[in-house]
Design a binder for this molecule. Structure first.
Ligand SMILES: Nc1ncnc2c1ncn2[C@@H]1O[C@H](COP(=O)(O)OP(=O)(O)OP(=O)(O)O)[C@@H](O)[C@H]1O
Length: 254
C-alpha cells in the first residue's frame, strides 16, 4: 500500500514543526527518516499515522485522503510504534500484544483461535514468548519496546510506522528487529538515529528544522557534506572490504 504526504504543514504556537513536507513511500518499501533532535521526524510520523490532521496539506493511503477515513479503517491498515509509548500497568505481555487485534474485533467477530495464533506468532517474532505472562511494569526498557513491536505486528498492518524502535535494544535485538522489519512484505517508515542502520533502508529522507531536505538511496543521500551540514559532525565514509557496504565513522562535532 502506498503512503503519501502532500505539502504538509504543521504549526504549534506559531512554530512550524513541519514545513511543506511531501513524500511518497511505495508499496513494500522500507523508508528511513533521519534528522537531528527536534527536526520533526515524530511529528511527521504522527501525521502519516493519521493521528494529526494537518490544516494545510494531506496524508493519503493509496489515493484516499486519511481525513476521509474512519479511525477503525486506519487502525486496520497502519500500526504505529511510538517512541514514548503509554504505560500499560497491571497487564501481561500477552494481553498487551493482544491489544493489536482490537481493530478487528466486534460482536460479529469475537476473539478466535486465529487471533491467539497471530498473537503467538508476534511474540515469537520479537523473542518475547518466554515472558508472555510477565506483568508489563516488571519489564526492562528493551523488553517493553519488543512488546510494543509485537503489538504492532499482531495488528497485521499493511503499513508499519516505527519511531526509533531500536533505541533501548541490545545489539542482537537491534539487528534482529531491523532484519525482521525489512523482510516483512509491508510499507515501512522508520525514524532512526543510527545512520549506519539507516544505510539498510531502500530510501531515506533527511529532516532539518521541519523540512524534508533530501530524499534518495542511502548512498546518494548520506554524504560527508550532508553529515557535516545537517548533523554537525565530521565523518569519513569507509568501504567495507568484506561486502563493499558503506560504513560511517564519526570523528568529531563541527
Ligand atoms: N506540542 C508541542 N508544542 C510545541 N513544540 C512542540 C510540540 N510538539 C513538538 N514540538 C517541537 O517540535 C519539534 C519537532 O519535534 P519532533 O518530536 O517531531 O522531533 P524529532 O525529529 O522526532 O526529534 P527527536 O530526534 O528528538 O525524537 C521539536 O523542537 C519539539 O520541541
Amino acid at each position: 500500500m502506498r503512503l503519501t504526504a502532500e505539502r504538509v504543514d504543521w504549526t504549534v504556537h506559531g512554530h512550524k514543526l513541519l514545513d511543506d513536507v511531501s513524500l511518497m513511500v511505495a508499496p513494500g518499501e522500507t523508508f528511513g527518516l533521519i534528522g537531528p533532535n527536534g527536526s520533526g521526524k515524530t511529528t511527521l510520523l504522527r501525521v502519516l499515522a493519521g493521528l494529526r490532521k494537518p490544516k494545510n496539506g494531506r496524508a493519503l493511503l493509496d489515493d484516499v485522503p486519511m481525513s476521509r477515513m474512519r479511525q477503525r479503517d486506519i487502525a486496520q491498515t497502519i500500526a504505529f510504534v511510538e517512541q514514548q509509548a503509554e504505560t500499560l500497568d497491571r497487564i501481561t505481555v500477552q494481553q498487551a500484544v493482544a491489544l493489536g487485534r482490537t481493530p478487528f474485533l466486534s460482536p460479529l467477530h469475537p476473539w478466535s483461535d486465529q487471533d491467539d495464533a497471530i498473537v503467538s506468532r508476534a511474540l515469537d517474532d520479537v523473542s518475547m514468548r518466554h515472558l508472555a505472562d510477565r506483568l508489563w511494569h516488571t519489564l526492562s526498557g528493551g523488553e517493553r519496546q519488543r512488546t510494543h513491536i509485537a503489538r504492532a505486528l499482531a495488528q497485521q498492518p499493511r503499513i508499519l510506522l516505527l519511531d526509533e524502535p531500536t533505541n533501548h535494544l541490545d545489539i542482537r535485538h537491534q539487528l534482529s528487529i531491523l532484519q525482521l522489519v525489512k523482510q516483512l512484505p509491508l510499507t515501512v517508515v522508520i525514524a532512526l538515529h543510527d545512520l549506519n542502520q539507516a544505510m539498510n533502508c531502500d530510501r531515506i529522507g533527511v529532516m532539518e528544522a521541519g523540512r524534508l531536505v533530501d530524499i534518495g538511496p542511502p548512498r546518494q543521500v548520506l554524504t560527508v557534506d550532508r553529515l557535516r551540514r545537517t548533523f554537525g559532525v565530521y565523518a569519513d565514509i569507509l568501504d567495507d572490504p568484506i561486502d563493499h557496504s558503506r560504513v560511517m565513522r564519526f570523528r568529531n562535532a563541527v
